[in-house]
Design a protein around this ligand. Structure first.
Ligand SMILES: [Zn+2]
Length: 93
């Protein structure tokens, strides 16, 4: 699945409910899911890590949708390699 497709899928699935909660609440949920991902990385199974990565992606997509921007556009920042040095792999010190 492409990033834009995923964002559209999340908007169809949760968009109305998430917009009603609002951006601030969505950022809080994203932060909470990041915390759960951190915990899964430290002491979870691969299944736990996949689960939490999916939840982080879902909230990230929801937030992008509420901000009226696309994750595709955000990812484009890295399309040419490192946005700072322009190299791939990054050659920044
Ligand atoms: Zn770099």
């Amino acid at each position: 699945m492409q990033i834009a497709e995923f964002q559209a899928l999340m908007a169809r699935t949760y968009g109305a409910r998430d917009r009603a909660r609002g951006r601030v609440a969505s950022v809080a949920w994203l932060a909470e899911e990041l915390g759960e991902l951190a915990q899964a990385v430290r002491k979870g199974s691969v299944d736990d890590q996949l689960h939490e990565l999916g939840d982080v992606l879902a909230w990230l997509a929801s937030l992008a949708d509420q901000l009226g921007v696309s994750l595709d556009e955000a990812a484009a920042r890295y399309a040419g390699g490192c946005p700072r040095c322009g190299r791939m792999p990054c050659g920044c010190p």
